[in-house]
Design a protein around this ligand. Sequence first.
Ligand code: MD6
Ligand code: FE
Length: 217
Amino acid sequence: MSTADLFDELPVTVSRETLAPGAVLLRGFAREEGAALQQAIADVTRQLPFRHLVTPGGYTMSVAMSNCGALGWVSDRSGYRYDALDPLSGRPWPAMPAILRKLAVRAAVPAGFAHFEPDACLVNRYEPGARLSLHQDRDEQDFSAPIVSVSLGLPAVFLFGTPSRKDRPQRHRLQHGDVVVWGGPARLAFHGVAPLADGEHALLGRQRINLTFRRAR
Ligand code: MD6
Ligand code: FE
């Protein structure tokens, strides 16, 4: 399939921007589904309420997290890892709702990843002032799978660098419904989120929700 064919499949309100080789921003890709996605996220966070995890260095993260899918991402004093069980309850994570999984699979296609099968979805909640410092996503076993990131609610400034920490990151404003897909040569790029500005979103209120879908194993 040519690039033009893939582009033809995108809804008219969606644009595709290349952030770097391997990294694509699909503006508005999830916008029409926003309310249904919010319902699915509420189902997940009812089962697994948002928590502020502690980093291995002992800091409490300003972003609150929940998980769904076969594997969940965990941070504590012993490190970062994926686990099939929630260390707090000893139970499996909530199942990944079909509407979430399907969105991630569909978004990966125009970015060049035709058979993405996520087994983990990290749900991040940012309230005003919350931030995520520059990091690489490297706790997954297989870096050939991309990461699909969905932004909902208040806009945020996404910091996007290269696989070298020395390079100064670019800044991209992510809005409700925007999707970033991340893989190939960009898979280990440093990235983060600037402190969230205060505001009120019509659907989500005073917060930003970010979903990141991964193939952890
Ligand atoms: C966020 N995102 O946007 C945090 N990671 O709230 C991430 O850390 C991230 O957006 C890998 C790929 C895309 C992302
Ligand atoms: Fe990340």
